[in-house]
Design a protein around this ligand. Structure first.
Ligand code: SF4
Ligand code: SF4
Ligand code: SF4
Length: 397
């Protein structure tokens, strides 16, 4: 009958190798059976600790499936480049953290964005051209900023372009770039509300008939790595939301993260799963029915037009740059810029959202009563217990 013993060559592997030494009093290599079992447990513990240490601190690239990747950031949609500008203020992580390899477990990243590039003209367009032609030696993440126009709704001219065709000398439209790049992309991120859902430029009646990337490529589109379009809305995008999403995808390239979780609007769920209201600095005032009637007040600004209770956005908690700012935190009403229905469904911006009329009236009745009761409790809590005194037994205390 065989037994499972320690193969001394590696100290960790257990094989069926010989007679059963588990019998009471049996000895193996000079060790008592009990000692041998204890040693076996010890080796297993050491092995699992080493494995865990490997997975935390293993050299960068040791488990990387993609070791170098390009980020090709196109600002050639209909937009204002505001998302690129916003991204320069990111700190969690910053662009520098990514491109200098300051973070563990991410591939080497080459970042191509027209605002940040030293190159210009054809030299800047070259990596985009190579990627579009399938000649790029590295996989790439395509980032699209700005909405995608309908180039088929006119007989001549074009709405948006980027670079020129070396053969014809004609502008290459943004749509042509997306058509050529998307099939070769490892993943695609739509940056900002214009690129995600059309944004301001897609308002009803706009002559470009522009749209977001999911409307252009299809909501069920997936990259060659089977990743859906990742939408990071915001006008502009909250900088850390953008860079954190890029970082998540970079962790995916090294097998360090599972498939990115997205909601029905293709937004990362951990960033857009809560409403602005749920993380707002002014939420306590709302609950107590204390509403501002004019700007400059610290009270809840729902009556001035804030859509926070129904808008999925995290800037109330996250702030804008380095944890500072964020629309309602600094007195700005939320106009719903992260939502697919923006802007048409949120207009006119400065009016109280119709849906909030009933809820704010209801909370006002309850909130004022609760607020008054809290004042009593607060007054009591603002006094120390009466035994904390040298004269605690004094009747005058
Ligand atoms: Fe500019 Fe806003 Fe469009 Fe971004 S989403 S390109 S910031 S208009
Ligand atoms: Fe909610 Fe807006 Fe009031 Fe903040 S300011 S508590 S988000 S309604
Ligand atoms: Fe946009 Fe509202 Fe978030 Fe401000 S708080 S970024 S307006 S969704």
């Amino acid at each position: 009958m065989g037994y499972y013993g320690c193969d001394q060559s590696d100290g960790y592997s257990w094989h069926a190798v010989g007679p059963d030494f588990r019998k009471k009093g049996a000895r193996f290599n000079g060790m008592s059976n009990r000692r041998r079992i204890r040693r076996r447990k010890q080796l297993r513990t050491e092995k699992s600790m080493e494995d865990a240490a490997d997975s935390r601190t293993g050299p960068i690239g040791s488990t990387t499936t993609i070791e170098e990747i390009d980020i090709l950031w196109m600002t050639a949609g209909l937009g204002c480049d505001g998302d690129t500008i916003a991204m320069t203020g990111a700190t969690q992580p910053s662009i520098e953290d990514i491109v200098t390899g300051a973070l563990p477990w991410i591939p080497k990243v080459k970042f191509y964005n027209p605002f940040l590039a030293y190159e210009n003209g054809d030299e800047f367009v070259r990596p985009f051209r190579e990627a579009a032609e399938g000649k790029s030696i590295r996989p790439f993440i395509l980032v699209v900023e700005g909405s995608i126009p309908n180039e088929n709704n006119k007989t001549e001219g074009y709405w948006a372009s980027f670079g020129t065709d070396p053969v014809t000398g004609q502008p290459i439209t943004t749509c042509e770039w997306i058509d050529r790049l998307a099939p070769n992309a490892w993943a695609i991120i739509a940056a900002g509300t214009c690129a995600t859902y059309g944004g301001l430029h897609a308002m009803e009646g706009n002559p470009t008939e522009c749209m977001g990337l999911p409307d252009y490529l299809g909501w069920k589109w997936k990259s060659k790595a089977q990743i859906p379009i990742v939408c990071v809305p915001g006008c502009p995008v909250q900088p850390d939301n953008m860079m954190e999403t890029i970082l998540y995808l970079l962790y995916m390239t090294s097998g360090r993260a599972p498939m990115i979780p997205l909601d029905d609007a293709l937004r990362p769920t951990w960033l857009f799963g809560s409403t602005l209201h749920e993380g707002c600095d002014r939420g306590g005032y709302y609950e107590q029915g204390q509403f501002a009637e004019e700007y400059g007040s610290p009270l809840c600004i729902v009556k001035l037009g804030c859509w926070g209770p129904v808008v999925q956005c995290n800037v109330g908690k996250r702030g804008w740059m380095g944890g500072i700012g964020g629309c309602p935190n600094v007195g700005g009403i939320c106009i719903g810029c992260t939502m697919p229905g923006f802007p048409d469904k949120f207009m006119p911006f400065m009016n109280q959202p119709p849906g909030s009329l009933l809820s704010s009236q209801a909370v006002q009745t309850y909130g004022r009563a609760i607020h008054a009761l809290r004042r009593f409790t607060q007054a009591s809590l603002n006094k120390e217990p009466n035994w904390r005194s040298r004269t605690k037994n004094s009747p005058s205390h």
